[in-house]
Design a protein around this ligand. Sequence first.
Ligand SMILES: [Zn+2]
Length: 465
Amino acid sequence: MDILIHNTLSGKKEVFKPLVKGRVSMYQCGLTVYDTGHIGNFRTFIMGDIIRRTFEYRGYFVTQVTNITDVDDKTIRRSREEKTSLLELTRRYEALYFEDMESLNILMPHRVLRATDHVKDMIEMISTLLEKGFAYPSKDGIYFSIGKSAEYGALARLDKISATANDMLRERISNDEYEKENPRDFALWKFESDADRDGEKIVSWDAPFGKGRPGWHIECSAMATRALGDTIDIHTGATDLIFPHHTNEIAQSEAATGKRFVNYWIHGAFMNVNDAKMSKSKGNFIKIADLEAETISPLSFRYWLLTSHYHTQVNFTADAVKAAQHAFIRLAEAYVSWPEGGAADATYADKFSAFISDDFDMPKAIALVWELAKDKKVSDADKRATLLDFDRVFGLGFDALLHVDQDSGILAPADVPIEIQVLAEARDEARKAKDWAKADALRAEIEERGYSVQDSDAGFVIREL
Ligand SMILES: [Zn+2]
């Protein structure tokens, strides 16, 4: 059975043909670690995770690589504002990023590359671009000449850029981010400048073409090529990266290597919050920790995302996600009630494979699970085995669900409804922070819902009252 992928480059669904039989190389733009990631960022990372898991389910050997953007305009600006070094700032947010990934059950990509560890690769690529005449020096940095790139803007469907304009006359942009309406020569390298001062010193590296630091776009080109080769199978990211970031990645990489950079581009749709675009100025940025405060577990958020196709724009509201959480809890309850010892049902497994192979159609796969749960012709033990098999792709953590220990009466963590677990975790955190009033209030809320929580050396134990 073929795997079909909607490729942004062609705008069509295409049959996936790997560069090497049985293998998939994937690159995903990672987080810019100047702040905690928001739920929109994690929608994209869950999409990447689902794609990787689908290929693995289908028997491919996958190499997934991502990056950490730990030097760019935003990170340097923030470290200066916080009067801290770039290193201290970026490592702090990187640690939080990894924690959020884990709570969402996102598999850690096989390689996670920090931009600051690969400046040498970026310098090499820029040197090649200078040698080949695709880049030129200016007063404040080295720029990429988009007029020299025959296919520039194809991914973003830009009109053909005039190749006749003289490099020195064409407009240039030193900022990493700019609008599609005005494509311009962009900075590959920014010469050392006081504007790049973090909380301690000027951020800068030695380079044969002058001391300075890389622009954001060259980072991904250099790291993806270094880790996965000149041509890679799949590149993932959110739609807002199509221009300028991915457009510039293609231009740089293809100019440097003379080869096609990426065969399949996959872009995840946006997420609104209460019908509005998430933005710092509106103050409606939602983080994973904010979900827990709403008694939404990270895995319920993941379940909710699986009920929409990655191509569909979604609207986050606490009510919508809580409704999904309710369904997820019902499914978890059904799962733990089903006995072990069954085998995955072949008919359902075939249907499941067909859905996930058709451009990663998770909504249909989730609907299939509910069909299975209600199917009287399949034994409960087989239902359990089938769901566990599907969860290799869903990543909802069913493998971690345990049985009730009848002797001790202690419920294993996942047998407790998810909202109770979230409350108990919040209480444990309040206790550790010595916020006794908050801890007591949370205990009262847990008891109101019919559970008790006790602390032990191993952690806390939740019991049904
Ligand atoms: Zn990138």
